[in-house]
Design a protein around this ligand. Structure first.
Ligand code: FAD
Ligand code: SF4
Length: 511
């Protein structure tokens, strides 16, 4: 039977059982399409990374003797839309069965279901064989429970998959979570090894994107492209992380420095989100390395890393499928302001925001705490509409795919789901940023001052946010202390803070 198998750009799973179960009548189809470059405005490095990875994947399948149709953006048969491309191929090649892997994005899931209904041939959907949990496993796990606490899901995952567990069924080290040990400020030491980069020449791919007139943003050095776009390169990044960065990963997980883009972070999110690496292979690789090097790498470094992948990553995917499509519209604390223009230029005097945004524009990367406690924190304190915050995060990062971007942005960062994902809003004044980073020393603003021309804008915005949104946090135990401090504040002092905050909110571009 003549079969057409679709491979989406984030389905580059070399180990999928498809590739062990095919024959001469199987045709694989992978395509660069305007429907994917244009559904939001992407960072140029993100588009380049996907196209490079897709091309390498198609070539590898061909090298293995498989039949592959790979449409480039400028291909003459490319209609730029998934549905029409597939319908045309089905007709031209007299295809008898259409097969696809379940997409991880609601938009594509709907589109493929519709396409399968419309095609007059047999269609079948397959699992991507990538995630550790099934699409609905989180919803089933939390069924009947009041809260969707990540920590309980994480413990369940540790037990179920026997990860970092002792033979007697207890967590390694006697504790589930070493988060408290993962909050060191980085003060120039230990030295940060250069990131494992690949000085790849991507000029051809870039030219194709530019010639097609795709609108992108951000910067790229096309002769020195440093993201892994093949499985072999992704494995090198994983090995490099284990050998050079893991040793300090947990300790400095939340630290920030103006001169350090990656610190001890792994840079593995693109490799995993495109499915070049399986999350369990990353977890096992790290644990095996730790087991061989227990005298130099402590458990908190490893547990901190495992929690991000076995816990947060799987959790976010489960939340996505549980809550979509409504999640994409939630705005439970009613934020309506515009995202300041400097999110697209880094042109601000606030040093922390300048560096977090500049990194993002230059490298399509910022680490978790920069995303959460600098750009996300500021947008939330300002009261920016989550649609605009979402569009920015979905476009700017190399790893931004909706299932993991939207849950982190609307849920964890913007509290737009009213506390489904985050048990309290992730907001802070300047003092948290000063505690975790080296930004404030070089800033035009004074982190210790609350009002006046030189006061750090985060300080007044923070108290203003609590006062303005307090009704949304009534009954939230984790907010009780902050709200009681707010209540004890001298009314004149509070008004001074709120007046300064109103100035910042009115014209954030002046700061
Ligand atoms: P490391 O710090 O080395 O962590 C290792 C891995 O853990 C990551 O590669 C990632 O796969 C996983 N991980 C860590 N934190 C999370 C998390 N909160 N949710 C899911 N997985 C996690 N991650 C994305 O992959 N795509 C996104 O679009 C995305 N958008 C985000 C938006 C906001 C507002 C925030 C606060 C976080 C977002 N994250 C996103 C999560 C996290 O910031 C990135 O996964 C991480 O920074 C990627 O860099 P790394 O590979 O060096 O990660
Ligand atoms: Fe950011 Fe305020 Fe520190 Fe400046 S002083 S870097 S604005 S936290």
């Amino acid at each position: 039977m003549k079969r057409l198998r679709l491979i989406l750009g984030d389905q580059l799973n070399h180990k999928h059982s498809w590739y062990r179960n095919d024959d001469d009548d199987t045709l694989y189809f992978i395509a660069e399409m305007r429907q994917e470059t244009d559904y939001t405005k992407h960072h140029i490095q993100k588009v380049v990374a996907f196209f490079e990875a897709m091309e390498a994947f198609a070539n590898r399948l061909r090298d293995q003797g498989k039949k592959v149709v790979h449409y480039k953006l400028d291909g003459k048969n490319n209609t730029q839309k998934l549905g029409t491309n597939i319908a045309a191929l089905v007709e031209e090649r007299a295809i008898e069965k259409f097969e696809y892997q379940l997409p991880d994005e609601y938009r594509l899931d709907q589109q493929l279901k519709q396409l399968a209904d419309d095609l007059s041939i047999e269609c079948e959907a397959f699992d991507t064989e990538h995630f550790i949990t099934g699409r609905n496993e989180l919803a089933e796990f939390f069924e009947g429970r009041k809260s969707l606490l990540m920590e309980s899901f994480y413990r369940h995952m540790r037990k179920k998959h026997d990860v970092l567990m002792t033979e007697s069924g207890k967590p390694e080290g006697g504790k589930w979570n070493f988060d408290q040990s993962n909050r060191k400020k980085w003060k120039g030491q230990p030295q940060v090894p250069h990131e494992k980069g690949f000085r790849k020449d991507v000029r051809k791919t870039l030219k194709r994107i530019e010639t097609a007139g795709v609108t992108t943003f951000g910067n790229i050095d096309p002769q020195n492209f440093s993201w892994p776009t093949t499985r072999a390169d992704s494995l090198k990044v994983l090995r490099y992380f284990c050998e050079h960065l893991l040793v300090h990963f947990g300790d400095y997980q939340d630290a920030m420095d103006p001169d350090q883009v990656y610190l001890f972070h792994s840079r593995l999110s693109f490799a995993m989100n495109s499915k070049l690496l399986h999350p369990m292979e990353v977890i096992q690789g790290v644990i095996e390395h730790w087991q061989d090097n227990k005298s130099s790498i402590s458990l908190n470094e490893v547990e901190g890393f495992v929690r991000q992948i076995l816990g947060w990553r799987e959790y976010m995917r489960g939340i996505y499928w549980k809550e979509m499509p409504g999640y994409a519209r939630c705005n439970r604390i009613d934020n309506q302001k515009d995202l300041p223009g400097f999110y697209w230029t880094a042109d601000t005097q606030m040093n922390c925001l300048h560096h977090a945004i500049k990194n993002s524009l230059d490298h399509a990367y910022a680490h978790h705490i920069q995303r959460l406690m600098i750009t996300g924190n500021f947008a939330l304190l300002l009261g920016v509409h989550p649609d605009q915050v979402d569009a920015w995060y979905l476009g700017i990062y190399i790893d931004a795919i909706e299932w993991v971007e939207i849950t982190n942005t609307r849920g964890m960062s913007q509290f737009a789901d009213g506390g489904l994902v985050a048990t309290k809003p992730y907001v802070s004044s300047g003092s948290y940023i000063d505690k975790m980073s080296n930004y404030c020393k070089g800033c035009r603003y004074n982190v210790k001052e609350k009002t006046g021309e030189d006061a750090c804008p985060f300080n007044s915005l923070y108290w203003n946010f609590l006062a303005e949104k307090r009704e949304h946090f009534a009954g939230n135990q984790r907010m009780a202390m902050m709200l009681s401090t707010l209540d004890r504040m001298d009314p004149d002092d509070l008004e001074g803070l709120r007046s300064r905050a109103r100035q910042v909110i009115r014209s954030p571009h002046d700061y």
